[in-house]
Each structure stands twice: as structure tokens, then as C-alpha cells.
Design a binder for this molecule. Sequence first.
Ligand SMILES: [Zn+2]
Length: 84
Amino acid sequence: MLAYRSRTDARDSGGCGVPQNGEINEKFGVYKSLCCGAEIVIRKGATFPECPNHRSLATIWEPVDFEMMQTPEIMKKAKSEPAA
Ligand SMILES: [Zn+2]
């Protein structure tokens, strides 16, 4: 049995885990950067930005449970999208 360890192209496939800057967001929500905990609200189809504090690094954005933090400010942004 051989265990292959070629993970150099892990970035390409995506879809396995947390999004990084430059990737397209697939789900509206709140995300937090792993490097320093900066939080962003990002809508579907938008590109994940770099961390505002660490622009030279690849930023990993971890989804924050939306229901756990019903901040009025965030709810306002969520409602700002035109609804039919
Ligand atoms: Zn950061």
C-alpha cells in the first residue's frame, strides 16, 4: 500500500474546507480571518478579500455561525439586498 502525499495542488480543487482570499463566496454570511479574527460580511458571488491587517499573507476565512451572532448591524446589511 502506498500513501500518496502530493498535495501541492490542493488550492486548485477548492471546495474542501475553508475559503481563502481570491475565492468566490458561495454563501452569504459572516466570516472571520484566522490570522487576527477580523470579521467581514460577504454576500454570495463576491470575492473573498485579503485580511485588512495582513495584506501580504494568504487569508483564510472561517465561517461564523450566523445565528449565533444576531448583531443588529449585520441584520441590517442582510436586509439591504433587494427582495421581491
Ligand atoms: Zn489578519
